[in-house]
Design a protein around this ligand. Structure first.
Ligand code: GLU
Length: 386
């Protein structure tokens, strides 16, 4: 059968594939230590589940507005104003099927044939594919380990051409865990405004920050950058709601209206009662977020130290998210082979850096329990040593 060209040039998501494989091995009774998908291991907090159950009982089981329930869009706008100093109204919000669909939909709305989208590498693996699916050109800018894998102002400036439409900023970053400082964000914003391009700021990990690191939403700097910013976020990582598929974008009205049109012909509204869970997530106390953060912080300290104690491996200390991006150059292996052999011989699942555009590294998600982390690192040390 002849498939459309896009079905052939798009790759499948390696994060989802490897985590599915690890789950399948576990189901077969194999003792797998999985550090694959970035998926918090905590159950969704009870009050969020209860709110969704009540919504079902109240009959909130029908079609809703394509852009999302007004009550949720109001709660998101309030959160963005209070936490991020972003002056959005509910009309500027679209609730999407996970943060992922907000980004996919955005590319459909903004990108025409040949438009360029600047993506710093290492990047979350779906960004370039989404650009390609919109018939655009992902312009990958390799960042340096010595710059903590952050794009510099000079690198961004060099990558901009008359065809550049959009810059993808992800801080805290998946897969590196790096967080841009407020000064770095301000400097990038200046270039974006001067060169008159747009920025999508993927802030899905904004609540997962360690020590006294600060997250600055790029759109909050001033009116000119605000007008060029689209925020993408969701509830999966902060409130352990990965399977709920509730994310959102916040953007200038024209963009949200266009995204809503596309959504009305693709996914329609996000599951109605799931949106009521998200409302509870925003309106109730954020203590659950803090509790999970405390656990992530403990796991980060342990795993960061344990991995850097293995002579052939090294990684920078992450300031946010729940990933370690580990340099494997000294092992002489490439990332795909490394991960494949690690899974087959030691039953440890990690994601090859190749998927994120950086083949000399692999990614470990430490959104898993400390016992698994200790055993996984023990096996990893054995694997590297053999
Ligand atoms: N974003 C998470 C990750 O990078 C979940 C899987 C995915 O959607 O890629 O592991």
């Amino acid at each position: 059968m002849e498939l459309a060209a896009r079905a052939n040039y798009v790759s499948s998501s390696i994060t989802l594939a490897i985590s599915a494989k690890a789950k399948e091995m576990k189901a077969q009774g194999i003792d797998v230590c999985s550090f694959s998908a970035g998926e918090p291991d905590f159950p969704t907090p009870k009050h969020i589940c209860e709110a969704a159950k009540t919504a079902i009982d109240e009959g909130k089981t029908r079609y809703g507005a394509a852009a999302g329930e007004l009550k949720l869009r109001e709660a998101i706008a309030k959160k963005l104003r209070q936490d991020n100093h972003l002056p959005y109204e509910p009309e500027n919000i679209i609730v999407t099927n996970g943060g992922k669909f907000s980004l996919y939909n955005l590319m459909q709305v903004l990108i025409d044939h040949g438009d360029e989208v600047i993506i710093p590498a290492p990047y979350w693996l779906s960004y370039p594919e989404m650009v390609k699916l919109a018939d655009g050109i992902p312009v990958i800018v390799d960042t340096l380990a010595e710059n903590n894998y952050k794009i510099t102002v000079e690198e961004l400036e060099r990558a901009i051409t008359p065809k550049t439409k959009l810059f993808v900023l992800n801080s805290p970053s998946n897969p590196t865990g790096m967080v841009y400082t407020p000064e770095e964000i301000r400097a990038l914003a200046q270039v974006i405004v001067e060169r008159d391009i747009l920025v999508v700021s993927d802030e899905i990990y904004e609540k997962i920050l360690y020590d006294d690191v600060e997250h600055l939403s790029i759109g909050s700097i001033d009116e000119s950058i605000f007008a060029r910013t689209i925020v993408s976020s969701g509830f999966a990582k902060s409130h352990s709601m990965t399977g709920w598929r509730v994310g959102y974008a916040a953007a200038p009205l024209e963009i949200v209206k266009a995204m809503t049109k596309i959504q009305s012909h693709s996914t329609s509204n996000v599951c109605t009662f799931a949106q009521y869970g998200a409302i509870a997530a925003l309106e109730a106390s954020q203590e659950c977020v803090q509790e999970m953060l405390t656990a992530f912080a403990q796991r980060r300290s342990y795993m960061y130290q344990a991995i850097n104690d293995i002579p052939q491996l090294s990684c920078p200390k992450p300031d946010g998210a729940f990933y370690l991006f580990v340099d494997i150059s000294k092992t002489g292996k490439q990332s795909l082979a490394f991960c494949q052999e690690l899974l087959e011989t030691k039953q440890v699942a990690a994601i090859p850096g190749l998927a994120f555009g950086t083949d000399n590294c692999i990614r470990f998600s430490y959104a898993t329990d400390l016992t698994t982390i200790k055993e996984g690192v023990r096996r990893l040390a054995e694997f590297v040593d053999q």
